[in-house]
Design a protein. Structure first.
Length: 425
């Protein structure tokens, strides 16, 4: 049963348990997997896939014939849903594109900034029990909009060595270059180092469990990564007019992800707090993943009762949740006061699941309180900035002495001579 706590007097560590450090044995196991894949390449990938996924693979790469079979197998109605979701995601992320800029300052001086896409990106797509089509759309479409040349997916195969048709159709809609049958830390290793079949990438994105998160942390620097994702989180801020059935359903939508997931209700109504706690118990019994959800609710779920919506907003900003629902009469009035949240769902008719699958904003979000300083996945994550500048000889001569003086004050005579050398000859 969910705990009910009073906001006043709540210690910082009581707001949310976010100790997601990998145990030493996980870290050591990941070190071994990374080294093995780096050394043995495809052979190591096949061995780990047999051990962890129970699949004997002939081809690590999904073939054109497999894509053809998937196209025939997918329910046409669901394929239309995928198309509409992809269009919604594409429309939203197109607005994130940046323009280059040029600045001139007097005669002979030009400077500016230009954006260029990362060349090759790898996307980790978990399987639970099937590879998530939504993860493919949310990660690949922003990369495609950014202009990434090669977008590759790694995902664990089913025991028969196939990937779900729905996932393959999502990959096709998102214009993915290749799909490879590998998951876990071994897939991260393949993307970071490259194998005979899997190309080395420049950036790795996408969710996963503790082994994937630990592997991404360890290869960061050799390649870029999107984030170290922790367990899923939802915070529902609700006033006393909110239907407790809706609030309970939304809390359980995240609790069913993982026993480590966090579902939190913040409210200014003790009556609602009691009603939601009771409703969670009712709905748990009918949930197919109730064992996972119950562990999540009992270990990490909580209800925080504040004496006002002002205090409720304060709680939100302290927690900095991944998903935030504002179930109040006027959510737009509260929106400017929310400083820390990954994605914000406004009003009582906007459940978090809408953002997971269909609406358009990205569902790859900062977890574990990192919404204090980081953002949802977007087009920017697949691009890089370069600055440029041009001075003609006369423009440089006009400031060379100042540059030289600056350099000498930092003890760098070579810099000073470089700036002054253009005046000679």
């Amino acid at each position: 049963m969910m705990k009910i706590l009073d906001f006043d007097g709540l210690a910082p560590e009581e707001f949310l348990n976010r100790d997601i450090r990998a145990e030493e044995d996980v870290s050591a196991a990941v070190d071994g997997i990374l080294a093995d894949v780096r050394s043995r390449g495809d052979a190591a990938l096949r061995e780990y896939t047999r051990r962890f996924d129970g699949a004997e693979l002939r081809d690590l790469q999904v073939t054109a014939a497999e894509f053809d079979a998937a196209r025939e197998a997918v329910d046409p109605c669901f394929l239309e849903t995928l198309r509409e979701a992809a269009e919604n995601i594409r429309r939203f992320h197109e607005r994130q594109k940046h323009n280059d800029f040029f600045l001139t300052r007097g005669s002979g001086v030009v400077m500016g900034q230009r954006w260029t896409p990362i060349e090759r990106v790898g996307i980790c797509v978990p399987r639970s029990p099937e590879a998530f089509p939504s993860t493919i759309l949310m990660n690949a479409i922003p990369a495609q909009i950014a202009g990434v040349q090669d977008i590759v997916i790694v995902t664990p195969p089913r025991k028969d060595g196939t990937v779900s048709p729905e996932a393959l159709m999502a990959a096709e809609l998102a214009e993915v270059t290749d799909v490879f049958k590998a998951g876990g830390a071994q897939a991260v290793a393949a993307l970071a180092y490259g194998t005979e079949t899997v190309p080395r990438v420049d950036k790795i994105v996408g969710p996963g469990g503790v082994f994937v998160a630990t592997a991404k942390r360890k290869v960061f620097g050799l390649v870029d990564i999107d984030m170290i994702a922790g367990p899923s989180e939802i915070l529902v801020l609700a006033d006393g007019k909110t239907d407790p059935k809706w609030a309970a359903a939304d809390l359980l939508s995240q609790a069913e992800h993982d026993v480590l997931a966090s579902a939190v209700l913040v409210t200014d109504s003790r009556a609602l707090a009691e009603a939601v706690r009771a409703e969670v118990e009712v709905q748990l019994e009918a949930l197919p993943r109730r064992d996972i959800a119950r562990r999540s609710i009992e270990d990490n779920g909580k209800i925080i009762v504040a004496d006002s919506l002002d205090k409720a907003v304060e709680a939100v900003n302290r927690i900095a949740p991944e998903h935030l629902e504002l179930c109040v009469d006027d959510p737009f009035a509260l929106l400017p006061r929310i400083k820390n949240a990954g994605s914000i769902f406004l009003g009582r008719s906007t459940p978090e699941a809408l953002g997971d699958y269909f609406a358009g904003p990205n569902h790859t979000l900062p977890t574990s309180g990192t919404a204090r300083f980081s953002s949802p996945l977007g087009v920017d994550d697949f691009m890089k900035r370069s600055s440029f500048l041009y001075y003609d000889r006369a423009a440089l001569s006009g400031c060379a002495e100042r540059i030289a003086d600056f350099a000498r004050r930092e003890g760098l005579e070579g810099h000073a001579r470089s700036a002054l050398s253009r005046r000679e000859g």
